[in-house]
Design a binder for this molecule. Structure first.
Ligand code: G1P
Length: 297
């Protein structure tokens, strides 16, 4: 059976976005009309994912509520003649089964993925970070491409990469490619948040992965790394060192990654999503032009 299970870690506290994220999950921040994580789920549904496991943590119940079918709200919209708003809730009926588990200790992304092990077992699976949107309005098929490639090769993992400006490598897992860098390439190494001088390339892990269950054994053995956390990157590195093949796939130009990890990238992403809004985008673009003149004076 084709890979149809995705693990979506949403347990991180979002400390870089305080105070915004003090009592609301960063994955629920608005991006134009929808919360960030809704785009992630819609992208995965389009790529053939039918089972989705959220790895949640403290203060994240808003995510569970968001993906529930809210019969009371539906009834009240009908009773008050607002049937046209029902289309806004169509995502509740996405053909996905949801599962939830909790990361009970904040030990990093690698540990969050390891928390999925009892549910995932011996299946291959996708990891999609719940705080990153791929492509404007999440119009990306990269996960489907990665699953296809994963199944037609004998690799143990395949990871999406995006080129970033050299000074930004410090925020990401960075690839050391083996041989020529084509749309799909082999990895020689992967380094979590290197300095600009250490970085072997400017290809940054772009929040989407496909793993064979072999990653779990590596995660079990991975000691704490950067930030004193168990890093997914370090477990991938262990896979490579054990002689397993790990591939990279480059995002296409229309598959830019929208990051909400810090205020600068969140503001930028929100502005772009709002300006691309079908209804309000054109007037907003005009208004932004006027604002630009005012702020540049
Ligand atoms: C995590 C990963 C990093 C990856 C990034 C992509 O970092 O550890 O390798 O490049 O996500 O969003 P975080 O943003 O959680 O610090």
């Amino acid at each position: 059976m084709s890979v149809d299970l995705a693990v979506v870690p949403v347990a991180g506290r979002g400390t870089r976005l305080l105070p915004l994220t003090k009592s609301q999950p960063k994955e629920m921040l608005p991006m134009g009309r929808k919360p960030v994580v809704q785009y992630v789920v819609e992208e995965l549904a389009r790529c053939g994912i039918g089972r989705l496991l959220f790895v949640t943590g403290p203060g994240k119940t808003a995510i569970e509520n968001h993906f529930d079918i809210d019969a009371e709200l539906i009834d009240s919209l009908r009773a008050t003649g607002k049937e046209e708003l029902l289309t806004e809730l169509a995502f509740e009926r996405e053909d996905i089964e949801y599962f939830y588990t909790r990361q009970r200790r904040q030990l990093g992304l690698g540990h969050a993925v390891l928390c999925a092990r009892p549910v995932v077992g011996s299946q291959s699976f996708v990891v999609a970070l719940g705080d990153s949107i791929i492509g404007m309005h999440a119009q990306s098929e990269v996960v489907a491409t990665m699953i296809e490639k994963f199944e037609s090769s004998r690799c143990a993992a395949i990871i999406a990469f995006e080129e970033v400006p050299r000074e930004e490598v410090v925020h990401y897992g960075i690839a050391q490619p083996r041989g020529q860098i084509d749309d799909v390439f082999e990895l020689d190494d992967l380094i979590e948040k290197p300095t600009v001088d250490e970085a072997p390339s400017n290809l940054a892990v772009a929040a989407r992965y496909v793993f064979s269950p072999a990653i779990f054994d590596c995660l079990e053995k991975t000691p704490r790394g950067k930030g004193n956390e168990i890093q997914l990157t370090d477990a991938v590195r262990m896979l490579i060192r054990e002689g397993r093949q790990v591939l990279g796939v480059r995002l296409m130009p229309h598959e830019q990654r929208f990051d909400i990890g810090n205020f600068e990238s969140y503001f930028l992403a929100f502005a772009e999503f709002a300006m691309a809004d079908e209804q309000y985008g054109p007037s907003l673009q005009r208004r932004m032009g006027e604002l630009l003149e005012r702020y540049q004076r």
